[in-house]
Design a protein around this ligand. Sequence first.
Ligand code: FES
Ligand code: FES
Length: 173
Amino acid sequence: MTALSVKVDGVKYSDDVEPRMLLVQYLREKLGKVGTVIGCDTSNCGACTVHLDGKSVKSCSVLAVQADGGEVTTVEGLAKGNELHPVQKAFHQCHALQCGYCTPGMIMQSISLLSENANPTEHEIREGLEGNLCRCTGYQNIVAAVQSAAGEMSGKSLASAGAAPTDETGTLR
Ligand code: FES
Ligand code: FES
């Protein structure tokens, strides 16, 4: 076993873990952070995306011990009390999910994308999310949500951000 000390969603944890334990297993099985999901276990789908020291990583391709001394943020650490992160809000408002399985990873990757490019084009959003797969193929609304969040985070309205809002059924208006 190897000693691991890591901050996750603002809380410090110290544990002894097997050196082969993946970060996603540590988050889910040791800490109960089941908001981070496993879609493929082979670094293809992006469902397990979290932030490690401010950068998005696929937590199925990182060993837990590699996070030693670091800081991890999962989708469960984004909201401030009852206040959702703007990207979470935008996914909700734009109905950017169907089954929701890809959503935690999509949101974490979208935040990472917007931290590097505050005003991405549609093409840049699609490129930035290319490592995240949605098996429900709801990409149109996911892109709209990222555009909406970009507008919101830079103080522009949904309409001026060029987003495509949807009605409650998820149909683009
Ligand atoms: S579960 Fe990590 S990329 Fe699919
Ligand atoms: S909403 Fe179902 S996999 Fe993306």
